[in-house]
Design a protein around this ligand. Structure first.
Ligand code: COA
Length: 172
């Protein structure tokens, strides 16, 4: 497995495999912004928007590949408000359901943290569905729970509202 950072044009070139990854994760029940029915064109539109943000320097994108195939991704969204340029948000940490529990998620988190530190950001924040495997992963790499937001997002498949854990890590 290899992790690399993509430029805007490189991000645009992998919109299709990233859309397949997002599609697979949502259909697997992940709470990552979408509910079923979730069609591939919507997933493509999402990654096209991200590629634009990468090109504009607002977001940094890291992908994990196995044998050349994209199996994971994570985004670092750089806060641009004048009073928040010390922090960044970690978003869309995704590992393909067929490639999990092999350390890819943790490796992406280590990479994104190093990039944030190098960029001078000293606070990382993120949110995740309370009780998900991702919450255990984030704790294992040093994130703390700021609090739980009740009924934050709808389950992607079932019509129930689920809690969200807001987490942070000081990386100075
Ligand atoms: C969360 C996710 C990225 C983890 O990816 P992964 O490559 O399987 O993670 P890793 O193999 O690096 O696991 C790292 C640690 O996370 C925790 N973890 C990962 N999957 C877990 C699971 N199914 N159950 C319990 N803990 C789990 C463990 O602590 C694990 O360490 P260990 O293997 O030494 O026990 C992946 O499950 C995923 O893509 N989920 C769907 C999308 C999602 O919810 N993303 C988070 C959005 S906020």
């Amino acid at each position: 497995m290899r992790i690399e950072e993509l430029t805007g044009p490189e991000a645009r070139a992998v919109v299709e495999p990233l859309a397949e990854l997002l599609h697979a994760c949502v259909h697997d029940g992940a709470s990552i912004g979408y509910i079923l029915p979730f069609e591939p064109p919507v997933a493509c539109a999402f990654w096209e928007g991200v590629a634009d943000e990468v090109a504009r320097g607002l977001t940094r994108m890291f992908v994990a590949r196995e044998a050349g195939e994209v199996v994971g991704v994570v985004l670092l969204q750089l806060a641009m408000k004048q009073n928040q340029q010390h922090r960044a948000t970690v978003a869309k940490l995704l590992v393909h359901p067929n490639a999990r529990r092999r350390g890819t998620g943790r490796a992406l988190m280590v990479t994104v943290e190093a990039a944030a530190r190098q960029a001078g950001r000293v606070l990382l924040i993120l949110d995740t569905r309370t009780g998900d495997p991702s919450e255990a992963l984030y704790r294992s790499v040093g994130f703390s729970l700021a609090g739980v937001m009740p009924a934050y997002a709808r389950h992607p498949i079932d019509p129930v509202l689920e809690d969200c854990s807001l987490m942070y890590k000081h990386i100075a």
